[in-house]
Design a protein around this ligand. Structure first.
Ligand SMILES: [Zn+2]
Ligand SMILES: [Zn+2]
Length: 174
């Protein structure tokens, strides 16, 4: 499970491919790409912001810290004329409190990736195919034992250390 501390783009693209047929069931061709410079303003209908509490690992000092909120953004678009859809994903980094050098990209477990993609497919079904949005199943969250992450969640979010905050697109403070 230590692996999940490292940013692994292939995990995302593989899961996307795996889930695509079942979740969308469309003959449209969907492609999944990364765009690490995605900053353009996105409308609510074409983006999904996913925020999750987790630990981040610093490459420099090997320190692991709870960064309270890790953010990834997806932009999805379907071109009706061609039947081609594109998803762009940008992960936002968290800077180490000690080193403050670079933003470290977050690592995710397969479960987390699948959870994020389930929501993403839900959004796509709603906004690209006009289906009603399903509420995310609560059962799953209970199973995962969310106490751990809730504890982290209660820590204040350090905006200075959050790349998404710097760009002004972080999740809203509750
Ligand atoms: Zn560090
Ligand atoms: Zn933030």
């Amino acid at each position: 499970m230590g692996q999940s501390l490292y940013w692994m783009p292939t995990l995302w693209s593989e899961c996307f491919e795996e889930m695509l047929d079942e979740e969308l069931g469309s003959s449209d061709q969907w492609a999944f790409h990364f765009n690490y410079g995605l900053t353009e303003t996105l409308t609510e209908e074409e983006k999904m912001l996913w925020c999750v509490c987790k630990f981040t690992l610093c490459d420099e000092c090997s320190k692991t810290w709870p960064s309270a909120r890790v953010v990834v953004v997806f932009r999805y678009r379907l071109r009706d004329e061609t039947g081609r859809g594109t998803v762009l994903m940008r992960p936002f980094g968290q800077a180490c409190r000690r080193c403050r050098e670079e933003f470290e990209l977050p690592g995710f477990s397969k479960n987390e990736v699948e959870e994020a993609l389930l929501r993403l497919f839900g959004k796509i079904r709603k906004n690209c195919y006009g289906e009603e949005e399903e509420e995310v199943e609560e059962e799953e969250e209970e199973e995962e034992g969310s106490e751990g992450s809730e504890k982290v969640w209660k820590r204040p979010h350090e905006k200075a250390l959050c790349e998404a905050c710097r760009l002004g697109i972080c999740c809203q403070e509750e």
